[in-house]
Design a protein around this ligand. Sequence first.
Ligand SMILES: Cc1cc2nc3c(=O)[nH]c(=O)nc-3n(C[C@H](O)[C@H](O)[C@H](O)COP(=O)(O)OP(=O)(O)OC[C@H]3O[C@@H](n4cnc5c(N)ncnc54)[C@H](O)[C@@H]3O)c2cc1C
Length: 495
Amino acid sequence: MLRTKEAYHEKLFAMRPNIFIGGERVGRDDPRLRPGINVLDITFDLARDPEWKGLATATSTVTGQEINRWAHLPQSPYDLMQKQKLIRLGARRAGGCIQRCMGHDAINALAICTKEMDQANGSDYHGRFLDYLKMYHDQDLDGCCAQTDSKGDRMKRPSEQEDPDAYLHIVEERPDGIVVSGFKMSITQAPYADEIIALPTRALAESDRDFAVAFAVPADVEGLSLITRPVWLREKDDAAAGPFCHYGVSDCIVLFDNVFVPRDRVFMCGEWQFGRRLALLFADSHRHSYSGCKPAVSDILCGAAALAAEANNISKAAHIKEKLSEFAGAAELAYAAGVAAAVYGKKTASGVFFPNEIYANVGRRLTGETIYHEYNLLTEIAGGIAVTMPFSGDFDHGDNKDALARFIVRNPALSPETSRRIWQFVENVGASSMASWYKIAGVHGGGSPIMETIALNIGYDFEDKKRVARYLAGIDEHLDDSWLRDLEPNFPTKD
Ligand SMILES: Cc1cc2nc3c(=O)[nH]c(=O)nc-3n(C[C@H](O)[C@H](O)[C@H](O)COP(=O)(O)OP(=O)(O)OC[C@H]3O[C@@H](n4cnc5c(N)ncnc54)[C@H](O)[C@@H]3O)c2cc1C
């Protein structure tokens, strides 16, 4: 089934009001949540748009029906590349984060890890997960991923924390399910998701057994509170401000207070040996997703910078051309890393095709390193007007309306109206609450930069590089390049 956005809203607005903003309990129809819901609407519209059939949709591996690609388990490099392309498409329309990848990456991680746990322990998690996924596909649900725990004292393990709620944990195991408590934090999209999918955030030791827990619950389940921080733009109701202002995001502290999870929704319960595996499966899949969304963010910043150059009438200057080319490098190298991760990915025992971890991590690391630089490029090109421009009301009415229509024009080829729209866009993209969100998300989303370093230190073959150096330095007589011989790309085909 492919839900309409209206059907998505109808279900959403009927949910139990367990959202809190600024100390007040609010419903999901609170206007501060609307900019985020508008982003989700794009994902439902794309799936129903014949122009994007096959990109925004896929065939479910559990029901055989057409589903929204955000709920799909990739089966091939082609699927991974379609996902990447869809993220870039959606993010370009939303003006940035399309907010559906976390749920996508969570179901992929669970599909793979439940299979591996069953193979190791003879458990029955995978079948249980596929039953859940069937329901997820049948109802065209949207899930967010609650992975990041509040973590308390960073130098202590989960089981060593003074407050056990610093990490989500099992409070009670019952024949019919489990009871869980704890804080997850920075959870994007939770107040307008159908489902919360919870995963462990880190490697676990035997003493952390109670923290090895994964499950899915409806986002309004009894005992769950979503303490929400919406981000929106000052000018969002201003007609001159354009579609960028219709979109926003909300992140939550997700507080589980003795939440009961029925057994058929529990996908890990005490398997601490698989904590790291499940955490990394999500993180690596998510880092691959960044190779779709971050190029879109670069597209938007590059477009804003190119328009600012035009408005300043400096497009032909050599330093502007140089700076714009840097955006191209940032966007397309990240995209290329995603393509490489897809082509050099591998089939897992679950049947899910998983991106190559090295390419996913180097791509994500690059995007984290370039994000502030890209904002700097925009700032250098635009000048200071992004933070000193008068409010819309001064342009629209009052004593200074005519003077401001002259003031705003720098390039005589552009009208006052177009010039104003450009500078308003530059402000919204580069100097707003959303801009700050994108900068920090660009660094920490999918894990802090140190996590990519750790992943590369684990997965990258540094010994091989030493072998090259030893050979070229004359220390070793032969160079073993067998890994290069064995490196076979998986060529993407539609079938
Ligand atoms: C905009 C945004 C959206 C997000 N959306 C989601 C989401 O939808 N779902 C989700 O699950 N998560 C989400 N996150 C969370 C994101 O994954 C985390 O921010 C990231 O993993 C870093 O965790 P943290 O913020 O707790 O920072 P920390 O882990 O506290 O990191 C802060 C610093 O401390 C260092 N540090 C931490 N622990 C140690 C240690 N033991 N030893 C030495 N140094 C240490 C880190 O390297 C880093 O430099 C989101 C984050 C942002 C910013």
